[in-house]
Design a binder for this molecule. Structure first.
Ligand code: SF4
Length: 357
């Protein structure tokens, strides 16, 4: 079995799925996500710099928090999950499929993948066996099919198993280091964490079907988030996170992504940063929040007169009309077609609101 490689960190597909989902209209983004060519690499080649890299301090803090949760057989996290009633009082035992470099037991993702499938099969074959784990760290599943080239792997931060239910229930958990401030927790951060957990719910559905274990387990549509307590590196569990919509979104997304992957020319691994640079772009206001090429693409979009540089609502308002043409119409140009006529009328309606002031 090969040793763990740096490439393993790039085989976790969830990050690429989320990247694609933020702007699926952009062909460059699709190529980057499907062929696993990080936009940071593309931006470096294009402009000599990238800006979106995660802070090494944030990464180190996240890893330290996760290690503390799973230390001593996952004692800290098991206790927290029992306190919040995600798991019952009798819950005990951890199956650890995290990488060794992160404090786990697996040398690489292939080991984690085989170990997870083996665990699901063994538990289904002998449901009452003693010593069964109620918590799984780093459960790794492969999305069947060709969705991502060359493969689609998902690593689930924490997976609770309720053996006291029939069939046993799998409960997805996502670990984040930001503080749980009750009703004041950052809504965007929460939405992102739920989206990630929803991808795992969908991934588990697919993998159970592939393993012919659909009837042996139930995948809960409500998951849990593990956040920190404000000012402490101690876990705070948010229970009952509704993941139904997010799982549906992932289901639809993976189908669309599979179509996009299938329509791509050339076999897996043949795309390069140059392929991404050469592909058509479709700038949107979301780009600034996730893509290293946002500055470059915004400049191109501005030059082309795309309304999206002023926001997606403006782009929808303008339709196919460029910003430059919209300014001409405002300045008195005669509309060349029905669409321009309609746009001019709407802009004049807005102008008319001035008289209300
Ligand atoms: S910044 Fe550019 S390459 Fe990245 S998603 Fe947006 S339009 Fe596509």
């Amino acid at each position: 079995m090969p040793k763990s490689t740096r490439d393993d960190s790039h085989r976790d597909t969830r990050r690429r799925f989320e990247q694609w989902a933020r702007n699926p209209q952009c062909q460059a983004n699709v190529i980057s996500a499907v062929h696993n060519i990080p936009m940071a690499r593309v931006a470096e080649q294009e402009t000599g710099r990238s800006t979106m890299g995660q802070s090494p301090f944030a990464i180190a803090r996240g890893q330290a928090f996760e290690k503390s949760l799973f230390r001593n057989g996952g004692r800290l996290l098991l206790e927290a999950l029992k306190r919040s009633r995600v798991l019952p009082d009798e819950a005990a035992g951890l199956a650890d499929f995290r990488m060794r470099m992160h404090g786990g037991t697996c040398r690489n993702l292939d080991e984690a993948l085989a170990g997870t499938a083996d665990l699901l099969r063994r538990l289904a074959a002998k449901p009452g066996r003693p010593g069964r784990p109620w918590l799984v760290a780093g459960a790794t599943v492969r999305i069947p099919g060709n969705t991502m080239l060359p493969e689609a792997l998902l690593v689930i931060d924490a997976l609770g198993i309720r053996h006291d239910e029939s069939p046993p229930t799998l409960i997805v958990g996502e670990i984040k280091t930001y503080p749980d401030r009750g009703g004041y927790t950052d809504r965007q951060e929460l939405a992102t964490a739920r989206a990630q957990a929803g991808v795992y719910v969908h991934g588990l559905d697919l993998v159970l079907a592939e393993l012919d274990l659909t009837d042996e387990y139930r995948v809960a549509r409500q998951g849990f988030l593990v956040l920190t307590r404000p000012g402490f590196n101690r876990p705070s569990i948010r229970v009952g996170e509704d993941l139904r919509y997010q799982a549906e979104r992932a289901k639809r997304g993976f189908v669309l992504l599979e179509r996009a992957a299938a329509s791509m020319p050339g076999p897996s691994g043949t795309a390069t940063p140059d392929s991404v640079i050469a592909a058509p772009i479709s700038y949107s206001e979301a780009c600034v929040s996730f893509c290293d090429r946002a500055d470059t693409c915004r400049a191109k979009a501005l030059e082309a007169g795309c309304g999206s540089v002023l926001g997606d609502d403006v782009a929808r308002f303008l339709g196919a009309t460029t910003l430059q043409r919209a300014l001409d119409l405002l300045a008195g140009s005669t509309p060349a077609n029905a669409a321009e006529q309609d746009l001019k009328r709407r802009m004049q309606d807005i102008e008319g609101l001035r008289s209300w002031r």
